[in-house]
Design a binder for this molecule. Sequence first.
Ligand code: ZN
Length: 169
Amino acid sequence: MALPSTYADRNCSLARALEVVGERWTLLIVRDAFYGVRKFGDFATQLGIPRAVLTNRLKALVHEGVLERTAAGDYQLTDKGVELWPILRALMAWGDEFYSPRGDKRTLRHDLDGGLLDHEGRCAQCGAVIPVADTRIEPGPGFEAGNANPDPVSKLLNVPRRLLEPLDR
Ligand SMILES: [Zn+2]
């Protein structure tokens, strides 16, 4: 799981953080958890990730206290996990700026008043920094629907929804 112990700088918290979230797929699993994906099968469907890899990544995220199991056996973000949101938001913004010529793939809004959120999560409408759970994510101008018949999970994720709200199946 962890990067080799020879990893450059033992005094670097970025290196330590990357041991937790720097592996391939891990941040995408965390992203989907913000989108409300909670079931193993839904992560597998949405990500197209080999099940063995998904099992490993989920186990590691639970071990690190980023995700927790619910009584129903689902996976949900812990408070520690939710604190990863500014990082995901920043990486999305960076990806939009340099790799999405037609504009943001997804737009973030304050769910209450519809105000656009800036890169710090501040609402253009009311001026407040909006908590993750009050953030609405919706397809932006650069969004490409792709497949005309998306799988049921993608279908739910391709319409406006509040972060962290469990997918309704
Ligand atoms: Zn607002």
